[in-house]
Write a protein that binds this ligand. Structure first.
Ligand SMILES: C[S@@+](CC[C@H](N)C(=O)[O-])C[C@H]1O[C@@H](n2cnc3c(N)ncnc32)[C@H](O)[C@@H]1O
Length: 292
């Protein structure tokens, strides 16, 4: 293992991030990495609740988890089921993974996946092209389909047909897709990327600004992240994480003019016995860019 002495930014990922080990450790089954307890099921259920128009009648309380739900600024109980749709969905910092767009993909005509590291983009391309030795997303797909009332083979085909590009991105740039200019997106999803990519809160703030600029007026930002995490491991390789609080994130989003509709937090279940990361909580948020 090489011990990072400085914050592990994108360039470190290019040389040291083992995409296959990451997928195997964290995404080989819907329950995710054992030390991280309910992490992945929480994420998949939150995403399902935001996008699914299917049979699921899940309320946040029925997750059976110790969840703090932040109601929207008007104090109303938010219900998004099946409400979000549009032309373009961009997932920023996908890693080698497709889990974050599974519940959304039926509702957007075109999907762009992206990552800084070429080995991550290559793994996604392999899966899209059904190449031999590609990552196995079946267990996660099956779980999401159970939540959303969908058929796994159909959802897989829809996703593969709708992903139009897998692009290099760098969230530290004003336009993360430079030199490409993407058309304004109806939805941007990002999961666990910004806190891994940004070495300080100023960089995080600029990166979120860059993400909001990808959205068209009224566009939706869906973000999954961790609070209070300083590191995570892929096998024995350590990666840095920017320690964030809920207030940090709310301040940045409000400063960018986004309205936060939902901010759900799941405190870590057994932090002392987690050998692969030290997060205090997982969060899921939904925010909207103002309509012009
Ligand atoms: C913890 S992984 C998250 C991957 C995936 N979204 C997930 O939820 O599992 C962090 C990802 O951020 C990517 N990353 C790191 N620096 C980046 C940058 N400057 N721009 C874009 N992505 C970056 C890494 O390559 C890695 O795939």
């Amino acid at each position: 293992m090489s011990e990072p002495t400085t914050f592990t930014e994108g360039e470190f990922y290019e040389g040291h991030f083992d995409s296959r080990a990451y997928a195997k450790n964290f995404y080989s089954c819907p329950s995710g990495q054992a030390d991280e307890k309910n992490f992945l099921t929480f994420v998949l259920r939150c995403l399902s609740r935001v996008f699914s128009a299917g049979k699921q009648s899940l309320s946040i309380e029925s997750l059976g988890l110790n969840v703090l739900l932040f109601r929207d600024y008007f104090g109303t109980n938010v219900c998004f089921k099946g409400e979000h749709k549009g032309k373009l969905l961009i997932d920023v910092g996908s890693g080698p993974s497709i889990h974050s767009v599974l519940s959304a993909c039926d509702h957007y005509d075109e999907i762009v996946l992206s990552d800084f590291a070429s080995n991550n983009r290559r793994e996604i391309e392999k899966w899209l092209k059904n190449q031999e030795g590609s990552l196995d997303w079946k267990p996660v797909l099956q779980y999401v389909c159970e939540l959303d009332g969908k058929i796994p083979s159909k959802l897989e085909a829809t996703l593969k047909q709708r992903v139009k590009k897998v692009l290099k991105c760098d969230v530290r740039l004003e336009n993360p897709f430079d030199p490409h200019t993407l058309e304004p997106a109806d939805c941007v999803i990002t999961s666990l990327c910004l806190e891994a990519a940004c070495k300080d809160i100023q960089t995080y703030c600029r990166a979120l600004h860059g993400l909001t600029k990808l959205l068209g007026p009224g566009g939706l930002l869906v973000m999954i992240g961790v609070l209070g995490e300083s590191f995570y491991k892929v096998d024995e390789q350590l990666f840095s994480c920017l320690r964030l609080s809920q207030d940090n994130i709310k301040e940045v989003l409000s400063g960018l003019g986004l309205s936060i509709h939902e901010f759900t937090i799941l405190p870590a279940a057994d932090r002392q016995n987690n050998a692969v990361s030290d997060f205090e909580a997982i969060f899921h948020l939904v925010a909207r860019k103002p309509s012009e």
